[in-house]
Design a protein around this ligand. Structure first.
Ligand SMILES: C[S@@+](CC[C@H](N)C(=O)[O-])C[C@H]1O[C@@H](n2cnc3c(N)ncnc32)[C@H](O)[C@@H]1O
Length: 368
């Protein structure tokens, strides 16, 4: 196995560490889940920064796990590496005996190892067998998708997962080509896509095959279905004060993340009630304002960071929040009463009524 450290630069590493620190560094043993371990760049930095933290690292790619194992060898006594799809997280945690965790990181998409491997078929720029499975021990390959899906299914995959405007034309070209012979190589597929896209459109939006390859990869690995299940499962396992950070690389992943967080940061009670009904309070607060983007310096140094979108949230204690609200309300009423005529109070002598103690805006991301 070759040395890979130099070829993979963890994306938004400092920001991820900063966001996870309050949850992982709060004293005693804490548990961090890296749901997409890859080459363990983020995981290694977390273990270094938090000597008390236990890592549960998941990856569906056995090759990535083997590299991660070597890289994390010096932390072996507090590392569990698991060959699993991230929607299997609850079963993994149950088996390891961790009912709740303190940090979870999802760094979605493919790793440099997968993209750069000449034989795995993820890259349109290299000729390889059309595989694209992150887990090469199971599942259907891109070759099977391309050579067996009927036209409507193929076009849907390209349109939905690749946001490809010319999905229908590309699907038709694939069907015509496979009638002549099986499509087996990534270079042939990339060429077919290029020929299907009208010349003026080829000049914009990067390599013409980029969207088709992304779409096939998502389909082959059932990426969105796994994410849709995994995000709520991970949020459910976070202890109060525990934090989740998600790095997405295309709009479909980011939309699922945004939705999963939105479901937890708003009240589920009727909007016209002045008080929260028990059990309807928000259970998380956002730590990021919208989606955070990488800085120019990072993108220049690591072009793979260009499309990243970061979102993060922290589990809160709804009861404590409710108590905080009631305290603030009582305080406001007291201050208001002091300013009623006849009470003898003035603004100079009283505290600032605009700032109640602990009255921070916690609905929208406030950073760390
Ligand atoms: C972008 S890489 C992670 C890189 C890692 N953060 C690092 O610093 O080296 C994404 C990894 O997630 C894995 N992965 C993608 N989807 C997965 C899933 N549904 N379940 C488990 N692992 C997955 C891929 O195999 C890949 O190794």
């Amino acid at each position: 196995m070759g040395e890979l450290r130099g070829t993979h630069v963890p994306v938004l590493l400092e920001r991820c560490l900063e966001l996870l620190a309050p949850a992982l560094g709060r004293g005693g043993r804490t548990v961090h889940v890296d749901a997409t371990l890859g080459l363990a760049g983020h995981a290694e930095a977390v273990l270094q920064a938090h000597p008390e933290t236990v890592l549960v690292g998941l990856d569906r790619d056995t090759e990535a796990l083997a590299h991660a194992r070597v890289r994390l060898a010096r932390f072996a006594d507090r590392v569990h590496l698991e060959h699993a799809v991230y929607d299997e997280l609850p079963e993994v945690l149950d088996r390891l005996g961790y009912p709740s965790v303190d940090g979870v990181l999802f760094d979605l998409g493919v790793s440099s190892l997968q993209l750069d491997a000449p034989d795995r078929g993820f890259a349109y720029a290299q000729d390889a067998p059309l595989d694209m499975r992150m887990d090469q021990t199971r599942g259907v390959t891109a070759e099977e998708v391309v050579n067996t899906y009927p036209h409507p299914d193929l076009a849907r995959v390209l349109r939905v997962y690749g946001e490809e405007k010319f999905a229908g034309r590309i699907a038709s070209a694939i069907i015509r080509e496979r009638e002549r012979g099986r499509i087996t190589s990534s270079a042939r597929l990339a060429e077919l896509v290029r020929e299907s896209i009208p010349a003026p459109a080829r000049r914009t939006g990067g390599h013409p095959a980029k969207r088709t390859f992304q779409a096939l990869r998502i389909e082959v690995n059932r990426e969105l279905a796994a994410l849709e299940t995994a995000l709520p499962a991970a949020l459910d396992r976070l202890a109060v004060g525990g934090r989740l950070v998600v790095l997405s690389y295309h709009s479909l992943e980011d939309r699922l993340t945004k939705q999963a967080l939105a479901d937890r940061v708003r009240s589920t009670g009727p909007i016209d009630l002045p008080v929260e009904l028990p059990g309807s309070e928000p259970t998380f607060r956002l730590l990021s304002r919208g989606a955070e983007l990488p800085g120019e310096v990072e993108v220049t140094a690591n072009p793979r960071a260009a499309s990243v979108r970061l979102r993060a949230a922290e589990r809160i204690d709804p009861q404590a929040r409710q108590r905080g609200r009631t305290d603030r309300e009582r305080y406001r009423r007291r201050v208001k009463a002091m300013h009623q005529p006849g009470t003898g109070s003035t603004t100079e002598s009283g505290p600032d009524p605009r700032r109640a103690p602990g009255d921070t805006t916690d609905e929208e991301g406030e950073g760390t």
